[in-house]
Design a protein around this ligand. Structure first.
Ligand code: ZN
Length: 177
């Protein structure tokens, strides 16, 4: 496995639409493993293909267990993910590994249903809510060239955190605070 270089805002690849994969093969499984390693090392809770210069529709997600939110640990690789149903609207703070140290308040659907295939080409259909739903929506946006800053409604909620605050782990990137 290898850590990949994360593409930063300003790079035109972050604004392009990624192409469908349709079939996962050995080389995709290898890059998915590298994406998980890169996300974990960052550390982040999600990473999309274009963020590592791969213009294909793949996202990886790792949401830690959170007892308060009744969130179990979830690790996912979603290929050609499609949000087929979304309900509700909730606001939450997000950051992004491609826009270091910026956070802002973003509205997202509260619950979503996602269709995708996994690394074994099995069809998956999963329902997510809250934090996990937020992370998946953020990552799927990356596949269409959309960044969280585009979705911030109130620009006054957008601010930059200091290195100090970051090292205290107060802000999760590619996901909610
Ligand atoms: Zn992001």
């Amino acid at each position: 496995m290898a850590r990949l270089e994360i593409v930063l805002e300003g790079d035109p690849r972050l604004r392009q639409k990624a192409t469908r994969i349709k079939h996962a093969d050995e080389s995709l499984r290898k890059i998915a493993a590298d994406m998980h390693e890169t996300m974990d090392a960052a550390p982040g809770v999600g990473l999309a293909g274009p963020q590592v210069g791969l213009m294909r529709r793949i996202v990886v997600v790792h949401v830690p267990k959170d007892e308060e939110e009744e969130q179990e640990e979830v690790r996912l690789t979603l290929i050609d993910p499609e949000i087929v149903k979304s309900q509700g609207k909730v606001y939450g703070q997000e950051g992004c590994l491609s826009i270091p140290r910026w956070v802002g308040e973003v509205p997202r659907a509260e619950t979503i249903t996602v269709k995708a295939i996994d690394l074994d080409n099995k069809h998956i259909r999963l329902k997510a809510r809250g934090y996990l739903a937020r992370v998946i929506q953020h990552e799927v946006d990356h596949l269409d060239g959309i960044l969280f800053v585009d979705r911030v409604e109130d620009r006054s909620t957008l601010f930059q955190v200091t290195e100090d605050e970051l090292s205290k782990d107060e802000y999760a990137v590619d996901g909610e605070e």
